[in-house]
Design a protein around this ligand. Structure first.
Ligand SMILES: Cc1cc2nc3c(=O)[nH]c(=O)nc-3n(C[C@H](O)[C@H](O)[C@H](O)COP(=O)(O)O)c2cc1C
Length: 357
């Protein structure tokens, strides 16, 4: 599965229960320094934990540097990094092959691929986001060298809101601090949200939520008009993440309800720099960065695989039937998707930065 980035090319390969998954990345200039820190940080935060919301499938997700990086430097056109799947358990999915899980990729994938469809979500599985974290970790590290920092956090789970950029200014340090908590939220307490996830899990159900992401220190004028706009390029990268159903920038859909006089971000000089007094446009105007932080919100749907009895069809007998899903699934995907959102945004921003390189 290739990305449609303009300057870099990302190919994610493998499947949930294949021997390995991995990523090929091209377009990173030869001689570029690559730091493991950001790769390891994103993979660590994406890895399943002992937390109540997390799958019991515990994969080590150890990156194997096969080609393109030596002694921390890019040495060939193509970088190849793999991860071995060590705990694949196809039997969990045997009885699902002909009974598609509602809201998962099973039905269209089976019509498309027939018997070639692999269990555990195949190439549509959330596991495919580990290689996204590897490629995104490389991009994030390279952006840091330009002073550009990217941080994501949870703004809402199961309809319960936490601190959002829509209500208060958020510093990068606040986000970093949130990453050391159980749940990456900026509010003082996460007990209400945790209890809601516990309740959903006890009911064999699942919850969705909203992840916010902020890009700090963007230089002005990156991106361009129409298809070269930053919003479209970030959106395409974000929609590669399974379970994403929406994205909005700045005030997003709320801007449609404002009058121009409220929506417009008025300019002002501050310490010799042009800033805006509000940031309803989320740091992007005309498809270009305007110097304000880029702010965006990503809607994640509830985990499709749930134990609650649901209607589905038996594709063999061609009859209606029901399904109760067993196996190893996150009761809430949102916490593990936070680093994936950072990775996806980093890849898109790095690609935009290379326009002028
Ligand atoms: C980090 C992550 C973990 C996921 N884990 C699961 C899971 O355990 N069970 C499940 O049914 N879906 C899981 N998903 C979501 C499915 O992969 C996704 O809903 C499915 O492929 C259908 O794609 P769509 O939701 O984009 O339409 C996960 C997604 C992510 C990002």
């Amino acid at each position: 599965m290739y990305s449609n980035f303009k300057n870099i090319k990302v190919k994610i390969y493998g499947a949930s229960h294949a021997d390995e998954i991995g990523v090929f990345l091209t377009g990173v200039p030869l001689g570029t320094d690559i730091s493991r820190n950001e790769i390891d940080n994103l993979l660590d935060r994406r890895r399943s934990s002992k937390s109540v919301w997390s799958t019991s499938r515990g994969e080590a997700d150890e990156p194997i540097f096969i080609k393109g990086i030596e002694n921390g430097k890019v040495v060939s056109e193509e970088i190849h990094i793999a991860i071995k799947n060590k705990t694949a358990k196809k039997s969990d999915y045997d009885n699902l092959i002909k009974k598609p899980r509602p809201s998962h990729a099973d039905y269209p994938a089976m019509v498309k691929d027939g018997d070639a469809f692999l269990s555990g979500g195949g190439r549509f599985s959330g596991r495919m986001t580990a290689p996204i974290c590897i490629a995104g970790g490389i991009a994030k590290g390279l952006l840091e060298e330009h002073g550009i920092k990217i941080g994501a956090y949870i703004a809402e789970i199961g309809g319960i809101s936490a601190v959002s950029y829509k209500n208060q200014d958020i510093r990068y340090e606040d986000i970093e601090k949130a990453h050391s908590k159980n749940l990456s939220i900026l509010s003082d307490s996460d007990s209400e949200i945790t209890e809601e996830i516990v309740r959903a899990k006890e009911e064999k159900d699942s919850l969705g939520g909203v992840i916010e992401c902020i890009v700090y220190n963007m230089p002005v004028g990156v991106g361009d008009a129409l298809y070269d706009g930053i919003e479209g390029r970030i959106a395409q990268s974000i929609f590669a993440i399974p379970a994403v159903k929406g994205i909005e920038f700045g005030a997003g859909f709320d801007i449609s309800k404002m009058k121009g006089s409220k929506a417009n971000d008025a300019y002002q000089y501050k310490d010799g720099n042009v800033v805006t007094l509000t940031n309803n446009n989320g740091g992007i105007t005309g498809g270009m960065s305007n110097g304000m932080p880029i702010t965006l919100r990503v809607a994640i749907k509830p985990t499709p695989s749930i134990g609650v009895l649901q209607n589905t069809v038996d594709l063999e007998s061609k009859k209606n039937t029901t399904i109760e899903i067993k196996g190893r699934h996150d009761a809430c995907i949102v916490p593990r998707a936070v680093p994936v959102v950072e990775a996806a945004v980093a890849l898109a921003i790095y690609d935009c930065m290379l326009d002028n390189a």
